[in-house]
Write a protein that binds this ligand. Structure first.
Ligand code: ZN
Length: 336
């Protein structure tokens, strides 16, 4: 663990399958009425490491004759690398699990968690919902659950959280005011935690040093852009404590960079569609043009943001679709 801001400690958690899943940043806001932000992985070994690190912080406080008690744990959103550890951490530390209504609803059981990955409108993925390819995708999802979520994340669900808070509210941590506010885009239920006096933002997955993953069905590019703009305007913002990778010490620059990147990506998609006015362009053709040399597996990951961008452009009436038997093609509207 490392004290990154006076009184705030970063614990870098390493998953048991590090090659597949990168490490996770857990933050401990230490003091007499402290809070843990994000629960990380739920594997026995990983939680054991986390508890050991928290005990080290407690020891430091004891040595300095300062009060130390962690009373709560709050998660940024209902993705497995952020909530899987909740149950084990609660059992070990006796902390209260605090969730927003939306997150609580997603992580209450397997059915609702899986539903959050598999919305009814799966055509958001822009493949026709029939045939071999669709069946393969459903099969892969089941495999994802049993292998990835269960084994890699050590997933367990939370049927009865101790406290439900509003997504837009203020909470007191060690007698200091922290603002909780919704920041959807990467996930529908995503929240951020901000201390204006300190200028510290705990941003979950929204502002990372690398590009945040965006993909259907529960992400939205326009929501994401709005959330980044909200974060950009936070008064006195000095540092962003991200859920993965490095801390963001230049929040103004980084948020600007993210917005610029999204704008450029959107323009690339528009240009590709514009370049094929007669025949129309399928999502696969767009991906092919954007990533001519990428491997199949990488393409599946990038498919997410491309499809979401298409969805946003459709909503803005910049492009329109025509559905064929086997694929969906996009055409530019007169607005272009
Ligand atoms: Zn996430």
């Amino acid at each position: 663990m490392e004290e990154v801001i006076p009184g705030i400690y970063l614990i870098k958690e390493k998953s048991s399958f590090e090659r597949i899943k990168p490490s996770e940043n857990i933050y401990v806001i230490a003091g007499p009425d402290g809070l843990i932000f994000d629960a990380g992985f739920g594997n026995k070994k990983v939680v054991k490491f986390l508890i050991k690190e928290i005990n080290k912080i407690e020891q430091l406080y004891r040595n300095n004759k300062e009060d130390f008690k962690i009373t709560r744990i709050l998660v940024s959103h209902g993705h497995p690398d952020h909530f899987a550890g909740l149950k084990r951490i609660k059992n070990a530390l006796g902390v209260k699990i605090v969730l927003t209504e939306k997150t609580a609803d997603i992580i209450k059981n397997k059915k609702s968690f899986m539903k959050s990955f598999n919305a009814d409108s799966y055509e958001d993925y822009l493949i026709i919902q029939k045939g071999f390819r669709y069946r393969i995708r459903s099969f892969l999802q089941k495999l994802m659950y049993s292998f990835f979520f269960k084994r890699i994340y050590g997933l367990s669900f939370i049927a009865n959280p101790d406290e439900i808070i509003k997504a837009n509210t203020e909470i007191s941590i060690n007698d200091e005011n922290w603002k909780v506010f919704p920041s959807p885009g990467h996930a529908v239920d995503h929240i951020s935690l901000y201390n204006q006096k300190k200028g510290v933002l705990l941003s979950g997955d929204n502002i990372l040093s690398k590009t945040t993953w965006l993909g259907p069905p529960n992400c939205s590019i326009s929501d994401y852009i709005e959330s980044v703009e909200t974060i950009q305007k936070l008064p006195n913002l000095k540092i962003i404590l991200a859920a993965h990778g490095a801390l963001i010490k230049n929040p103004g620059e980084r948020t600007l960079e993210i917005l610029k990147h999204r704008k450029e990506r959107t323009q690339q998609v528009i240009d590709i569609i514009k370049g094929n006015i007669e025949k129309g362009t399928s999502p696969d053709e767009i991906i092919q043009k954007l990533y001519p040399n990428k491997k199949k597996m990488q393409i599946e990951i990038t498919r997410g943001w491309v499809c979401l961008t298409l969805k946003m452009l459709e909503e803005q009436n910049v492009i329109k679709r025509i559905e064929g038997k086997k694929e969906i093609k996009f055409y530019s509207t007169n607005k272009l």
